[in-house]
Structures are given as structure tokens and as C-alpha cells.
Write a protein that binds this ligand. Structure first.
Ligand code: KG4
Ligand code: ZN
Length: 348
């Protein structure tokens, strides 16, 4: 089954061609340069950039895959969650294409796409098996989800305030690293001392598997003020590295503790990572180490095979779409498909 997939949920315009779960092309046009000067994503600018780029991105995806529009069997598109006016651009384009080609349209949840990035075919490796505990970590979400089969999810926990990627980006901004600075912060943390500063570990006294990052973010804000004497002195490179490492140390310990607590509660020894923060090497290392400590030889950690498959991309939407089609979940009335900015992982 040849699928053309589109994702315009936030600030990347992406189109991909997948054959079942094999990625043939995955084009991403980043809008970082559009939004960085504003320190965050500006929805109206995102919409305009999506509109300007979508046709070219789709053409490129087809060309890279050496396919013609007519070869496509199914069109898949993200319909939520995300920015309403950004989602609209992709949904409208997908409707137009499905109608013009006379092919089925499948509507995909963006967060489900992040999960399915782990199901991209790879030589010599079997896809994840169920049940699996999913940790979704992106710029907009931090969720623990039990997945019992394709499309069968139970939400176990989520953040009460900021998402972890959002916290990374906000701390990066406090350190003068620009936007979006999460990945850069993680790189600088590699050369820092994670024990240089003591920051509060969130939600320690609680037995549930909920997350919170706003207290940690505020603690970093206060720390930066203190170290710079109220902004009177610039941060040295060493201070930036040490604050980055100290923040990351606590943020990841919080993620790992709650994930292990959920794994024990649910008696699931396999964890699957999805979302932009899944690219973080320390998160992977710490999770793997702790899973082994608790589950020994049964421990298993899945994460997308490339960085590109961790962050926003349309290939993951195509793969999720493939499994939706297998379940017979195609859009019945194309005209009536609407974007859903607050779509949840368990919504169907
Ligand atoms: O999944 P994604 O591309 O977009 C959303 O759906 O939100 O995630 C983007 C988030 C950003 O907040 C970015 O700073 C963060 O992922 N991120 C990282 C790393 N790479 C990207 N955070 C921590 N460590 C990284 N290596
Ligand atoms: Zn995403």
C-alpha cells in the first residue's frame, strides 16, 4: 500500500511517501527561521508558510520516492492535536488530493504518529510487541500511555503544566540559546556538571504518574538571576553548561522515575519513546539503565531509528495511517473531516 502523508500540525511543513511501514521519502521544510526571531511559534506565520510550501514539499516527497501522484493508494493527514490554523492547511490539501485522485483518506492523530515512528521498517529488527508502555515527550505533550494493540491506548499520566520539550525550550531561552533551543541545551549539557546546582525534583511525594515541569523551570529562572546578579553579569560558558546539565539531570530523573513507576504498576517491561525529546541520548541511557535494574533481561527500550523520525515528520503519520487502514479506519465523509486542535490520544 503506497501512502502519501502530510503533517502541518505546528511549525514544520512535511510530506512523505511510505509503502506499508517502509519510508520511501520524508521531506521536512522547517520554519525555524520564520519563528526564531519571535521566540516561539507564531500561528499566523506558520499557516502562511505552510500554504506557501505545501505543494512543493509534496512534489519533492513524490520525486524522492520516484512516484507519481497516480501511484498513491491512500492519503494520510494529521488532523490534531496542534495549531488549528496550521492543521487546516494540511487537512484541506489532503482532502483536495484524495478527491482528485479518488482515493481513501485516513485521518491520523499526531501523537499516535510519534508512537508509530517506532514501527518504521528496519532491516533485522522486529517491530515492537504489545503491551508496551509509551512515553510521549514533545514540545506540546508529556504523556505515559499503555498501548495494548494497534490503536488501543490507555492514558496513565500526563503533565499538569508544561511539556518537557517546552521546558527545555524555555530554559534554553533563559540561557540565551535562542528558539527552539532544546536540542542545543542538551548538547551543551554534555560538557557541564550535572551536580553543579541543586534543583528540585518534581512530584516526588506523589504516588501517581503525573508530570510537572513549571516548578523546575521557575527554579532555573531564579538560579540564572542569582548567577548573573540580577542580569548584571553575563553567563559564562561554563555556567551555561552547568545550568543546562543540572536542569537536564532533574528533568530526566523525573521522566525516568515516573516511567519506571508506571512500568511496575502495569507490569510492562517494554518502553517505547516518541516525540522530539526521544532524540535525547541521556534520556535513552537512563531509561535503559533503570529498566534493566527493574526488569533484568526482560527490559526493552524502543525509540525511533533516526532523529528525523523523533521530531515532527510526515513519515510517522503515513505509518500510523497504514495501521489505521488495516483497522478499516478511513474517513467516511471526506467533506466533513475537520481539524481537532485538542485531540487526545484516546479519542477516536
Ligand atoms: O515532537 P516535536 O518535534 O514537536 C512537537 O510535536 O512538539 O518536539 C519538539 C520538542 C522541542 O521542544 C525541542 O526542544 C525538543 O523536542 N527536543 C529536545 C531534543 N531535541 C528536540 N529536547 C531535549 N533533547 C533533545 N535532544
Ligand atoms: Zn510532534
Amino acid at each position: 500500500m503506497l501512502i502519501l502523508a502530510i503533517d502541518t500540525s505546528c511549525d514544520d511543513t512535511s510530506a512523505a511517501i511510505v509503502r506499508d511501514t517502509t519510508v520511501l521519502s520524508n521531506i521536512i521544510s522547517s520554519q525555524d527561521e520564520v519563528h526564531s526571531q519571535w521566540g516561539g511559534v507564531v500561528p499566523s506565520l506558520a499557516k502562511r508558510a505552510h500554504k506557501e510550501r505545501i505543494d512543493e514539499v509534496i512534489s519533492l516527497a513524490l520525486r524522492r520516492a520516484r512516484m507519481e501522484q497516480e501511484d498513491i493508494d491512500v492519503v494520510a493527514v494529521t488532523y490534531g492535536p496542534g495549531l488549528a490554523i496550521a492543521l487546516e492547511v494540511g487537512v484541506e490539501k489532503a482532502k483536495e488530493l484524495a478527491k482528485a485522485l479518488g482515493k481513501p483518506l485516513v485521518a491520523v492523530n499526531h501523537m499516535e504518529g510519534h508512537i508509530y515512528a517506532n514501527f518504521a521498517a528496519r532491516k533485522g529488527a522486529a517491530p515492537p510487541t504489545f503491551p508496551v508502555l509509551v512515553l510521549l515527550v514533545s514540545g506540546g505533550h508529556t504523556e505515559l500511555v499503555r498501548m495494548d494493540n494497534h490503536g488501543i491506548y490507555t492514558l496513565l499520566g500526563e503533565t499538569l503544566d508544561d511539556a518537557v520539550g517546552e521546558a527545555y525550550d524555555k530554559v534554553a531561552r533563559m540561557l540565551g540559546l535562542g528558539y527552539p533551543g532544546g536540542a542545543l541545551l542538551a548538547r551543551l549539557a554534555e560538557d557541564g556538571d550535572a551536580l553543579a546546582y541543586t534543583l528540585p525534583l518534581p512530584m516526588v511525594g506523589r504516588k501517581d504518574v503525573m508530570f510537572s515541569f513549571s516548578g523546575l523551570k521557575t527554579a532555573v529562572y531564579r538560579l540564572v538571576k542569582e548567577v548573573t546578579h540580577d542580569g548584571g553579569e553575563p553567563l559564562t560558558k561554563t555556567a551555561i553548561q552547568n545550568i543546562a546539565a543540572s536542569f537536564q539531570h532533574v528533568a530526566i530523573e523525573h521522566l525516568v522515575r515516573k516511567t519506571i513507576a508506571a512500568a511496575e504498576k502495569e507490569q510492562i517491561s517494554a518502553v517505547l519513546l516518541g516525540g522530539g525529546v526521544a532524540a535525547n541520548a541521556v534520556l535513552r541511557k537512563e531509561l535503559r539503565k533503570n529498566l534493566r535494574l527493574h526488569f533484568k533481561g526482560n527490559a526493552k527500550l524502543h525509540y525511533p531509528k533516526t532523529k528525523k523520525l523523533c521530531s515532527d515528520n510526515a513519515a510517522m503519520i503515513g505509518i500510523a495511517g497504514y495501521f489505521r487502514v488495516q483497522n478499516g479506519e478511513v474517513v467516511e465523509d471526506i467533506e466533513r473531516l475537520d481539524r481537532d486542535p485538542v485531540l487526545g490520544i484516546t479519542d477516536r
